[in-house]
Ligand binder design. Structure first.
Ligand code: GUN
Length: 311
């Protein structure tokens, strides 16, 4: 007798994959330590946003786990923009600090764009500075936003080569949607970006082999939006209230979507852990970029300097 139960999508295990990324980081940290190089990440939290406090705590804990030095800075909810910019100027100038992250959102009196662009691009481990955004679009090696980088790793581990696949990104934020679309294009996907003004978003989405949902609308995307066999990456983290209390859900209705998709990220345990893992990877990339720049800029190691002496 054949079963009439539908085949459910398999889970893409962000916890397991991020653990592998963290192992890679840990290994590199040890290698650098053997050369007396100790990469450091500075994290600035301004104000009292409870979710931001949780995110920052998790970032610092993971940094410690892999042996990356972290420096935590806190400013009060009523901090001025000048206070934030002063601190960033100090961190930019401090050569022992390799990565700088300012947790967003910032209190209303602070201009977010001004803060992002006050970070030295070579220390911008979020990849939000316009110099890094431009470099990403041009395919230059720059610091790249962590969540999209983590999503790409999940996709490569799930699908292998992505060439020729049609990817639909739902949402067009600077933090996720736009860099995600750029990375998918670099991986040779055909890319559509669906947003609040799109006409018939579900029909556009049903064309996709890969769906990346990053809109911040709880459980918006269900089985009706998906082509059978689609791979679904759910970036959303939304707290909803139910009869039994509150719980976290994604932008995708997981129970519905998994009856049609072939693979899907759960919430929590999908994209979330990848973001932190790529933040720590970026700290190592930043440290490497800074060493390369120092070597180009005249502080060459003794051997190379000797070679430059006239004979
Ligand atoms: N707030 C929510 N996501 C992020 C992120 O990726 N980086 C920073 N700095 N703040 C955030």
């Amino acid at each position: 007798m054949t079963s009439s139960l539908p085949t459910l999508a398999r889970d893409i295990d962000g916890k397991a994959i991020s653990a592998r990324v963290l192992d890679e980081v840990r290994e590199e940290v040890l290698l650098l330590a053997s050369q007396q190089i100790y990469p450091a990440l500075a994290v600035l939290l301004v104000g009292d946003d409870p979710a931001s406090h949780v995110y920052v705590r998790n970032k610092l804990l993971r940094a410690k786990d892999v042996g990356i030095r972290s420096l935590e800075y806190r400013l009060p909810e009523d901090a001025s923009q000048a206070q934030v910019l002063d601190l960033l100027a100090q961190l930019n100038a401090d050569t022992s600090v390799n990565g700088i992250l300012v947790q967003l959102p910032l209190p209303a009196q602070i201009d977010e764009a001004a803060v992002i662009h006050a970070i030295d691009p070579i220390k911008d481990v979020d990849g939000f500075h316009r110099e890094n955004v431009g470099g990403l679009v041009q395919g230059i090696e720059v610091l790249t936003p962590c969540t999209p980088s983590g999503c790409m790793r999940l996709l490569h581990e799930t699908c292998g080569d992505l060439s020729g696949l049609h990817a639909v990104v739902i949402g067009r934020s600077n933090i996720v949607g736009k860099p995600m679309a750029t990375l998918l294009l670099q991986a040779n996907c055909s890319v559509s970006v669906v947003h609040s003004r799109s006409v018939d978003a579900p029909a556009l989405c049903r064309l996709a082999d890969i769906v990346v949902a990053a809109v911040g609308r709880p459980q918006l995307i269900d089985a009706r939006w998906l082509k059978p066999g689609a791979v679904v990456i759910d970036v959303g983290i939304n707290r909803i209230t139910t009869e039994t209390g509150t719980r976290l859900v994604g932008d995708v209705d997981y129970a519905s979507a998994r009856t049609v998709a072939s693979a899907i990220t759960p919430v929590p345990g999908g994209v979330g852990p990848m973001t932190i893992a790529y933040l720590l990877k970026n700290t190592l990339v930043a440290s490497q970029l800074q060493r390369s720049k120092a070597n180009e800029g005249g502080s060459l190691p003794p051997m190379a300097v000797t070679q430059l002496q006239p004979s």
